[in-house]
Design a protein around this ligand. Structure first.
Ligand code: NAD
Ligand code: ZN
Length: 374
């Protein structure tokens, strides 16, 4: 039996199902969750399709799907753009022009497929139902849950998007076996994030060895930790679905400097790597502002290192200026005031407004230098 976590959003509530080797049960699971369509539009990318499309198609056919259209987008963040989004909308219109035969949109892949495809499903005919089928660790613990869907535009990450919740998140952890090791490590950055600011228990579990078990793809640890992360995210999203109350900001720990770096480095870093560097930078800021202890910093950095994640991106001082420009576009910065999500202690955080810019500059400079601490 899969672990089930409910995202409680009133009429937009949905289950997240987490298990191993469950892809063959996708079709029957869709049916038992009230998704009765006979048409499916499967958005994926060539790498993931080569591995999992056939199993998915068989499962859908066995459950009575009659028409299954597969559409592929490029397999990287560079493909998360308006042109590819537009081509995806064109494919939806071309294959399903009849309003009476709208498809169920299935998003088979990582965060790029999920974000772009969720946005296309959100706007096609003002919204058709979609299901997230995450195949990266990062998508399993984070991007497939919560309903933020978007594409990058005008050099800004996720600037065109919507809030649109999936009908179901179906996570087969066995798909992670084919994930490149770098992508697996990248996913652990978001897991460490949850521990650092949402859950002391999770933080301690990771420290006690769950991190290495995750990296070794131990099935029980994966199901346990992925479910815990989804539970933490579901609780935050349930309180602040539309990101209006500041509660959802907690999920942004490490993402202020992290996003600016990810964007400025032109995707030389994965999302998780950039966020790892962003968390280290935000923790330096917290330390200087007296918000966290040196011990917390040591423990966080130790976990990130154990995950094989970077703490800085040395040798690129030229990225400082573009990062600063990108930082001004951060969604949390309003009316000229900066705002950072900073850690207090494992599982606790604080948002701080109007941090003196020289402190931010130092944290950013250090993010572009060799890390000297052992
Ligand atoms: N919507 C949200 O709330 C949210 C949250 C966090 C991150 N994100 C977004 O998620 C994106 C990052 O997602 P990601 O880390 O999943 O990256 P990704 O979607 O680019 O996938 C990473 C790589 O792994 C490959 N891959 C995927 N599954 C595979 C599998 N099972 N086996 C082999 N290869 C596989 C993909 O083809 C790709 O090359 C970013 O755009 C980020 O902004 C969104
Ligand atoms: Zn993230």
């Amino acid at each position: 039996m899969p672990t089930r976590i409910d995202v409680a959003l009133g009429p937009r509530s949905y289950p997240v199902l987490v298990h191993s080797e469950c892809l063959p049960q996708l079709g029957t699971t869709l049916r038992s969750n009230g998704l009765a369509q006979t048409n499916a539009f499967v958005l994926t990318n060539p790498d993931v399709a080569a591995l999992y499309f056939s199993a998915l198609e068989t499962s859908l056919k066995n459950a009575g799907f009659l028409r299954i259209v597969r559409h592929e987008i490029p397999a990287s963040e560079e493909g998360k753009n308006w042109d590819i989004f537009s081509a995806t909308c064109a494919a939806l219109l071309e294959h399903f022009p009849d309003a009476g035969a709208s498809p169920l949109v299935l998003l088979l892949g990582g965060g790029v497929v999920g974000d772009l495809g969720g946005f296309a499903a959100a706007v096609y005919r003002r919204g058709v139902p979609f299901v997230q089928i995450p195949t990266t660790l990062l998508a399993a613990v984070d991007s497939s849950v919560g309903g933020k869907v978007a594409v990058n535009f005008g050099g800004v990450k996720n600037i065109m998007g919507a809030f649109s919740q999936p009908r179901l998140v179906f996570c087969d952890l066995a798909t992670l076996k084919t994930l490149p090791p770098r992508e697996l490590r990248s996913g652990t950055a978001e897991i460490i994030k949850y521990g650092a600011v949402c859950s002391n228990t999770l933080f301690e579990e990771l420290e006690a060895g769950a991190l290495e078990k995750l990296l070794a793809l131990d099935p029980d640890t994966l199901e346990d930790i992925v479910s815990k992360c989804v539970q933490l995210k579901a609780a935050v999203v349930a309180q602040d679905e539309f990101d209006k109350l500041g509660i959802r900001n907690v999920l942004n720990f490490g993402h202020t400097i992290g996003h600016a770096l990810e964007l400025s480095a032109h995707y030389a870093l994965t999302h998780g790597e950039a966020i790892s560097i962003g968390m280290a930078a935000a923790t330096r800021l917290a330390l200087r502002l007296g918000l966290c202890s040196p011990e917390f910093q040591t423990r966080l950095e130790a976990l990130l290192r154990r995950a094989g994640l970077p703490l800085s991106h040395p040798g690129h001082p030229e990225l400082f200026d573009p990062m600063l420009r990108a930082l001004q576009l951060d969604k949390k910065f309003r009316n000229g005031k900066n705002l950072f999500v900073l850690p207090n202690a494992p599982g606790a955080w604080k948002q701080v407004e109007d941090i003196p810019w020289p402190l931010i500059h130092s944290a950013m400079r250090e993010a572009l230098e060799e890390t000297t601490r052992p």
